[in-house]
Design a protein around this ligand. Structure first.
Ligand SMILES: Cc1cc2nc3c(=O)[nH]c(=O)nc-3n(C[C@H](O)[C@H](O)[C@H](O)COP(=O)(O)OP(=O)(O)OC[C@H]3O[C@@H](n4cnc5c(N)ncnc54)[C@H](O)[C@@H]3O)c2cc1C
Length: 504
């Protein structure tokens, strides 16, 4: 019998698992996918929001600022990557300038520090590449960029080190409560067997992202619905992030925070996302019309990015609830806690959501007794290093397998020792994507065309699965394929021109 069963291995489920790992408890986490971080957590803007957007007095407002403040310590302990680069919300008109005032007041009420409005002259000094139409901006020094999937993996690894039973490829398909405990039915995804397995737990936490309403319905709670909202992105080459110094937003509208231009933690430039309600909960396709719209809007903020440097497109799905609020509460059945409807700023809020869920579990009767041997530390796997010209590292690229210094991934210059380290951290690795998210092998311009076969061999030689069993990338999300051809880029450039013509 487990004390707690968490459903969902995104950043929220993994943050809760890591928080629970501090205490003398038996905890299991069931994730239907082959790895943690395969839902919204892998595909978002990667921003640790400053906390001025979410309305004061809401759960989102409270938890986003609390969560933001927890990141420095978390990153010191878990080494997933954090850069407090700050953010700017641009106003393109006097009307938008008054929206900046509203954001400023809301941010002050939420407790955000250092918020202020900067005028055009100062803005140009801060961001020389900013578009000519911007008249002023709201500056927030507390905004940061992080690496969301690395954060989720780090939380999961550390929870496993501290005793979490992590069950991947384990989809929860039914839940019953009898005699004060839950029986959770799991359909294993990695066998041909159709019979669901069962486990028992005294408490259940629902952190199932876009499926959290379906999980709630399994215990008869139909009090909320998830209305999935898709957001699409373009990502440009590593190094292009230097074009700007901070995250650049536009004035938010009712439909969201608008199109942003941001440097990523690893120095790429990223533009997006749109916000579109979609019928399919896992539709991570992209389409060229929306991407062209994103390009057009992003150029208003930062005109000078190079479309020819686009590596690929991708999209993520927000688990927006019908109330638009996070749902972090105990279900009527008791002992069953929802961490549901966690759309943006859910990444930012995730450490604070975990603390709130633990309080709810405690109020519901769970005893939290600290473990003396809890180890909060998790060493990083890779960190941003300057890339060398290929000809200077060609001899390292040509080294045979077995040499730890061999460069396996040419674009991101990832060494064999880094990949072997990632493969031996207590979470089973079965896919090229799992290695990519841990080490960056496959994240560069060629998107794994060169290193994919090498990584596949390393996985097969290090784990108990064969090369044939190593899964390919988890579903190409995007109209621009993993390796973007000149033709793809020309089509996007044409779309951008068409849009401009239409507007003239
Ligand atoms: C386009 C976009 C931009 C965003 N930008 C930001 C941002 O910049 N900053 C920010 O703070 N937040 C942002 N967010 C929000 C943030 O990404 C999410 O709030 C966060 O990732 C939610 O984490 P989660 O763990 O709740 O969900 P997920 O990451 O989706 O995890 C849920 C997990 O549950 C699993 N699951 C589902 N059903 C079952 C089942 N039956 N059995 C077992 N497992 C199951 C899924 O496989 C999945 O892994 C953005 C989101 C999107 C989509």
């Amino acid at each position: 019998m487990y004390d707690v069963c968490i459903i969902g291995g995104g950043v929220v489920g993994c943050a809760i698992a890591r928080e629970l790992a501090r205490y003398k408890l038996r905890t299991v986490l069931c994730e239907k996918s082959v790895d943690v971080s395969n839902g919204a957590t892998k595909a978002n803007s990667a921003i640790v929001h400053g906390g001025y957007t979410a309305t004061h007095g809401t759960v989102k407002g409270e938890l986003s600022i609390r969560g933001n403040r927890m990141f420095d310590r978390l990153n010191e302990e878990l080494n997933f990557g954090l850069n407090r680069c700050g953010s700017l919300v641009l106003a393109f008109s006097n009307e938008e300038r008054s929206s900046l005032e509203t954001l400023l007041q809301n941010g002050k009420l939420n407790g955000v520090k250092g918020l202020r409005i900067v005028e055009r002259e100062e803005l140009e000094k801060m961001e020389p590449e900013v578009g000519p139409e911007a008249v002023a901006a709201l500056h927030c020094p507390e905004t940061a960029v992080t690496s969301p999937y690395e954060m989720c993996i780090a939380l999961a690894e550390n929870a496993v080190t501290n005793g979490l039973d992590l069950r991947l490829e384990s989809e929860v398909v039914g839940i019953e409560k009898t005699d004060g405990a839950f029986t959770v039915q799991i359909a294993p995804q990695n066998t041909s067997e159709n019979t669901p397995q069962k486990l028992s737990a005294r408490y259940v936490v629902n952190a199932a992202g876009v499926y959290s309403d379906r999980i709630a319905a399994m215990v008869g709670d139909t009090s909320f619905r998830i209305l999935p909202r898709q957001g699409q992105y373009l990502i440009l080459r590593r190094g292009d992030g230097k074009l700007i110094n901070s995250v650049i937003f536009q004035t938010p509208t009712k439909r969201g925070k608008g199109i942003l231009v941001t440097p990523t933690y690893w120095g790429n430039l990223m533009i997006g996302p749109n916000s579109e309600e979609i019928p399919e909960r896992e539709d991570v396709s992209t389409n060229s019309e929306i991407l062209a719209y994103i390009v057009e809007k992003a150029r208003r903020s930062v005109p000078g990015f190079k479309l020819s440097h686009v590596i690929r497109s991708f999209s993520g799905i927000r688990a927006t609830s019908d109330s638009k609020e996070f749902i972090i509460e105990e279900a009527p059945i008791g002992g069953f806690i929802h961490a549901a409807g966690i759309d943006s700023p859910g990444l930012t809020s995730s450490p604070a959501i975990a603390v709130k869920v633990l309080k709810l579990l405690e109020t519901s009767g769970l005893t939290l007794e600290e473990k003396a041997d809890f180890n909060p530390k998790r060493p990083g796997i890779n960190s941003p290093h300057p890339l060398q010209p290929i000809k200077e590292v060609q001899d390292l690229i040509d080294l045979p397998e077995g040499n730890p210094e061999r460069i396996v991934c040419r674009c991101e210059q990832v060494r064999e020792k880094t990949i072997l380290d990632a493969l031996q951290r207590g979470i089973p690795i079965k896919s090229l994507d799992a290695v990519k998210r841990r080490t960056r092998a496959g994240m560069g311009s060629c998107q794994g065309t060169f290193c994919g076969p090498r990584v596949r061999t390393l996985i097969a030689h290090t784990t108990d699965i064969s090369e044939e069993e190593v899964l390919p990338r988890s579903g190409g999300s995007g109209v621009l394929p993993e390796r973007v051809s000149g033709k793809d880029l020309r089509s996007l450039e044409e779309q951008e021109k068409d849009l401009k013509r239409e507007q003239q």
